[in-house]
Design a protein around this ligand. Structure first.
Ligand SMILES: Cc1cc2nc3c(=O)[nH]c(=O)nc-3n(C[C@H](O)[C@H](O)[C@H](O)COP(=O)(O)O)c2cc1C
Length: 348
């Protein structure tokens, strides 16, 4: 297919594959290091990363900060490749977590779920690259304008389309009625913007497409639309290296198209997930009382939330009933494999 390496500032990924972040705890150092070792970019999910620390329930912020340090160190021990961390702009204590990852000399901070306008200041004077996630050229334009006021540009953009997993930057009715712009068209629009900015400011802003990429043909199509890199998350779930419980991986392998659903997450955004008993019951039975709050995302109001999203995601990653986010075209993900095999199937 003639894919080029992916250059982000002074970092070069030999293959233009980025493993998308998967919270909570689905992509930790194990998966991220395995992808980085193959020459791609591995992403640690920083969302509630301290969930296995003994004081997580009582001392959540400290537990998360400690786990950020531990996971970055563990990834560095396992690989010399490129490691990113994903921290959602809507997370409470976002600034603290970004600063900790930067202190640990993370290569890239990737942020979506809101506009990560604070990033330039948070990485000032360091070599950490900043990569916002956008779902439209409109959002990319606002970010470019804001970053230029701070004397810089983003180091790359991830363009996440409507077929991605987890929280989505599209409206509920657009997703349900499938009335959305396809990823390749959003990539084209963002690429036009970045080309203009590159010319004006003698910079390079690679564009990485994400959401529903499953085959070499998908990659080829997005490459033609101008994409420099390709972010894949769901295909890395049923791999030996993925950090989730076997039951989580099996849910991916066994799911069919009918199991794919869009939910209204308690943080007020639509999200794509696999139908589980937990989701069926919470929709049918309405509000279950939220006992305890981790104060994870600023958009969530625990007194109105139908359930605690952190608890539901943690239960699932530990193999119990809960919320299992996934990208679209889930029926094409139907066997257990390794990171190497997934990458081979995508780029040969
Ligand atoms: C299980 C799961 C968890 C995810 N968690 C996050 C997250 O914490 N932060 C984020 O920015 N994106 C998250 N995503 C989105 C992915 O990083 C990625 O962009 C997207 O899923 C790519 O599409 P694909 O899964 O179809 O390959 C998640 C996706 C999945 C499947």
């Amino acid at each position: 297919m003639g894919l080029k390496e992916l250059k982000i500032g002074n970092l070069t990924a030999k293959i233009p594959i980025v493993q998308g972040a998967m919270g909570i705890g689905v992509s930790l150092s194990g998966l991220a290091a395995a992808v980085a070792d193959e020459g791609g970019i591995g992403t640690i999910s920083g969302v509630q990363i301290g969930f296995r620390e003994p004081d997580f329930a009582t001392n959540t912020v400290e537990a998360n900060l400690r786990a950020i340090g531990k996971e970055i160190k563990k990834a560095r021990k396992k690989t010399k490749g490129i490691i990113a961390i994903n921290l959602m702009a809507a997370m409470s204590n976002y600034d603290l977590y970004v600063k900790k990852a930067v202190e640990e000399k993370i290569d890239l901070v990737v942020s979506g779920a809101g506009l990560p306008l604070a990033l330039p200041k948070l990485v000032e004077g360091t070599s950490t690259k900043i990569v916002p996630i956008v779902s439209s050229a409109k959002a990319a334009k606002i970010i470019i304008k804001s970053y230029l006021k701070k004397g810089r540009l983003p180091d790359a953009f991830i363009v996440e389309g409507p077929l991605a997993g987890g929280h989505l930057g599209f409206k509920m009715d657009e997703l349900l009625e499938k009335k959305f712009m396809p990823l390749k068209d959003i990539v084209r629009e963002v690429k036009k913007l970045t080309r203009d900015a590159e010319q004006k400011h003698s910079a390079k802003i690679p564009v990485i497409a994400a959401g529903g990429i499953r085959t070499a043909e998908d990659i080829s199509e997005l490459k033609c639309a101008g994409s420099d890199g390709f972010q894949i998350a769901s295909m890395f779930v049923p791999t030996v290296e993925c950090n989730a419980h076997e039951n989580f991986k099996l849910a991916y392998i066994n799911a069919t198209e009918e199991d794919e659903i869009i939910i209204e997450s308690p943080v007020g955004m639509p999200a794509r997930a696999i139908k589980t008993d937990f989701l069926i019951n919470s929709t049918l039975q309405g509000s279950a009382e939220v006992s305890g709050c981790y104060n994870c995302l600023s958009g969530c109001n625990p007194s109105k939330a139908p359930y605690c999203i952190s608890a539901a995601l943690i239960n699932a990653v530990n193999g119990q009933d809960g919320i299992i986010f996934s990208g679209s075209k889930i029926n094409s993900i139907n066997k257990m494999s390794t990171v190497k095999e997934v990458i081979k199937s995508l780029i040969g």
